[in-house]
Design a protein around this ligand. Structure first.
Ligand code: ADP
Ligand code: TRP
Length: 340
């Protein structure tokens, strides 16, 4: 790997739980791609164990894993620049997960917002994997001693918990073995792309209604239809009104994919109540189609090339295991699992 300006380690992953959407791309994958040229060592993986906490379908998993992997590559991840692998190809992950469980308190896991949300989902079994989800995520991150984690805003609390477990481990073993990882996004803060249902929640893979998310595999027609149907209000009636969630969702996407001057112009029209949502939607649909079409075509091309996908994760897995083994050896020693 060539010499890169930032001498830090970065790690991130996405769960193979369905079609990758614009929120996943703008909140996470797009940053992975930029970071691979700047950060010394980049680990990007498919969090297949994490998907089993909520999605247990043995027929769908391989399809979703291959598609997620193809999406990484289609979005521009380069296996020569970044280490791309599958979580389940690292046996050191379950070992570190088990050991870190001794440093995670039941009460703090139960208080985790994503846990509380997930157990409210009708039909969701409250399995122990769901409760200890943040411990597994912490293992993913600190196994490479990463300091920067490109994720969307929804992962902030998980990262806080990762820092808690890492610090507790350091404290109890009287060491400074693990550094503190921080969330990362280009721009000022972690981002949240909103659902198109106008309710203010995040765009999500688990949304039952496919019209609420734009997927990277959507056709031009589907993209246009979804934007046209996106829920908004009847328009501002008072100057400088705050954005309602529906229009905030559309501006949020526009900020990422459209010409900044055009976006500023629409924001001005919103502020002075002259905006026509129909025109804004047409503009956004056109810009989104241009943005997504090349990614979509590449995903379809790569996902059928299983030999290539396999070779990428074999090579990545080997490198990731090297770093993971070193960390787990160190953890075992510090815990006294080192008898003869
Ligand atoms: P989902 O939440 O849609 O099931 P994942 O949990 O696999 O997707 O998330 C993968 C990455 O995408 C994470 O870094 C997450 O923070 C980011 N992400 C997910 N949804 C959004 C969103 N709506 N806006 C910004 N980032 C998001
Ligand atoms: N929890 C993350 C999500 O739902 C996925 C994930 C698992 C992850 N392990 C990670 C993200 C490690 C960053 C680093 O999106």
């Amino acid at each position: 790997m060539e010499n890169k300006p930032i001498k830090e380690i970065t790690v991130s992953g996405i769960r193979p739980t369905g079609k990758v959407h614009l929120g996943n791309y703008l909140g996470a994958i797009k940053n992975f791609v930029t970071m691979q040229d700047e950060f010394e060592t980049c680990y990007y993986f498919i969090a297949d164990y994490h998907s089993l906490t909520t999605h247990n379908n043995a027929d769908l998993l391989p399809v979703n894993v291959r598609r997620s992997l193809a999406t990484y590559l289609a979005c521009g991840l380069d296996p020569e620049k970044a280490i791309v692998y599958l979580q389940s190809d690292l046996p050191q992950i379950p070992e570190l997960y088990l050991l870190l469980n001794m440093f995670a308190h039941k009460g703090e896991l139960e208080k985790c917002t994503t846990f509380k949300e997930k157990i409210r989902t009708p039909g969701q079994t409250v399995n122990a994997g769901l409760l200890t989800y943040p411990v597994l995520m912490a293992a993913d991150i600190i196994i490479h001693k990463a300091t920067k984690v490109p994720v969307g805003k929804d992962q902030q609390q998980h990262l806080e918990m990762t820092r808690t477990f890492a610090n507790r481990f350091n404290h109890l073993t009287n060491s400074d073995f693990f550094p503190e990882p921080q969330g990362f996004s280009y721009g000022n803060s972690l981002i949240k792309i909103l659902s198109l249902d106008g309710k203010g929640g995040k765009m999500s893979k688990s949304d039952e209604n496919e019209n609420n998310a734009i997927y990277l595999t959507d056709s031009d027609k589907e993209i246009t239809k979804k934007i046209k149907k996106a829920k908004t209000d009847t328009g501002p009636t008072e100057k400088n009104s705050p954005l309602t969630p529906g229009i905030e969702a559309l501006f949020g996407i526009m900020d990422c994919v459209s010409n900044p001057e055009i976006v500023a112009d629409y924001k001005e029209q919103y502020a002075n109540c002259t905006i026509k949502y129909g025109y804004l939607k047409l503009q956004l649909a056109e810009d989104l189609v241009k943005y997504i079409a090349p990614i979509r075509e590449t995903i379809f091309e790569i996902e059928n090339n299983q030999e290539y996908l396999k070779s990428v994760v074999e090579k990545g897995g080997e490198k990731a295991r090297e770093s993971a083994t070193k960390t787990v050896d160190g953890v075992r020693k510090l815990l006294g699992i080192n008898y003869f």
